[in-house]
Ligand binder design. Structure first.
Ligand SMILES: Nc1ncnc2c1ncn2[C@@H]1O[C@H](COP(=O)(O)OP(=O)(O)OP(=O)(O)O)[C@@H](O)[C@H]1O
Ligand SMILES: [Mg+2]
Length: 347
């Protein structure tokens, strides 16, 4: 492949003490994403990607969108052959990643991963679930509620899990998320409204194994070997869910006793069912290049899609790279493949 100028585009979501507020940017109308610190270590994957691109003979550089117009103007002039898009937010608003993809479309610069359509469809889990339903992809029955208004409701039954409708990284998901009574449900809905200024997604809780399918590709998309996050060792009495502690808080018991690994013990039929379901979800939400579908497999072998993640975390320790490795791709191969897929769109 030709030597390319690749701009690794990222946002500002550093951990640690609050930074000075960037120039105020209003959330887009109808969006409720709040400024918030998150979660994973974004430095980690961008540096690994930089290194992989260098190995591949490309010329990588970083560009940060810091929420100021100047960084947008500079991006327009950066002269990249390709943008490796790692952004998840703009000016602290994590509903605005779709706007960045839309801006890249306007600039006519090829970029990796989901377009604005996929980022929008996957971000609002209630919309995603309605689309899954249309395609007969099983997803837990649900209701959405925002400050007393019910937008939709199945006739759902306890136990339920209550989450913000448009978050990722398990923001707003902890041991209190799974509720067994109307009182707990009401309190949790209130918490989601107060804390996140977000509609609450109230879903039937699916007891079962937590399986992730990483997918690489477009027309001939490949479902990589399945990964399981083993939640069975979580402390007794706490729900078996991947809350924020389990995913990111290295100091917690939840983080220490859980681990992701390729699944080895599933029969062929179940594996096929999980893979087909994941691919259907990937296509239904128009994910591109790479993605991760989160699923639950219950005791009876029923597969539920919990959510779809366009542009999932690409750190070498994360599930996407773990699955690629199991399929025989080195980390550099995986990055090369993503670059090729994105490039092919503009040729
Ligand atoms: N309906 C459900 N039944 C059982 N467990 C659930 C359900 N919904 C969510 N969970 C648990 O909560 C976790 C986080 O949920 P979800 O994937 O919707 O959040 P997220 O913030 O989008 O996560 P991320 O973007 O990091 O994947 C899931 O991985 C799963 O463990
Ligand atoms: Mg998830």
């Amino acid at each position: 492949m030709a030597n390319l100028k690749v701009t690794i585009l990222h946002d500002v979501w550093e951990e640690g003490p609050p930074e000075p507020e960037p120039e105020p940017v209003k959330a887009p109308r109808g969006k409720t994403g709040k400024r918030r610190k998150k979660k994973k270590d974004p430095l980690h994957d961008r540096e690994e990607i930089f290194e992989a691109l260098t190995k591949l003979g490309h010329e990588p550089s970083y560009h940060v969108l810091d929420g100021k117009n100047q960084s947008l103007f500079a991006l327009a002039k950066c002269g990249a052959d390709l943008v490796f898009n790692l952004t998840e937010s703009y000016a602290g608003h994590d509903t605005m990643d779709m706007n960045i993809a839309a801006y890249l479309e306007l600039l006519q610069v090829p970029y990796t991963g989901g377009g604005p359509q996929a980022l929008y469809l996957a971000q609002d889990k209630s919309i995603a679930k309605k689309i899954f339903d249309f395609h007969k992809i099983k997803t837990p029955d649900f209701a959405t509620s925002y400050k007393g208004r019910t937008e939709h409701s199945h006739d759902i039954e306890f136990p339920l899990i209550v989450k913000p409708v448009s978050e990722d990284g398990s923001v707003g998901i902890d041991t209190g998320s799974v509720v067994d009574s109307v009182k707990e449900l009401m309190e949790r809905i209130h918490y989601i409204h107060e804390e996140f200024d977000s509609p609450a997604l109230i879903e039937e809780y699916i007891e079962g194994r937590e399986i992730y399918a990483a997918i690489l590709g477009n027309d001939n998309a490949e479902v990589l070997p399945l990964i399981e996050l083993d939640l069975s060792k979580l402390p007794k009495g706490t729900p078996r869910i991947a809350g924020q502690d389990v995913k990111f808080d290295h100091e917690t018991e939840g983080y220490k006793v859980t681990k992701s690994a390729p699944v080895e013990d599933l029969d062929e039929e179940t594996t096929r069912k999980l893979q087909d379901t994941a691919l259907a979800a990937y296509r239904a939400l128009k994910l591109r290049d790479y993605g991760r579908i989160d699923m639950r497999l219950n005791k009876k072998g029923v597969v539920y899609v919990i959510e779809a993640n366009p542009n999932p975390w690409l750190a070498s320790t994360a599930e996407m790279a773990m699955a690629a490795r199991k399929a025989g791709y080195s980390y550099t191969d995986m990055i090369e493949k993503i670059v090729e897929l994105a490039r092919a769109r503009s040729m």
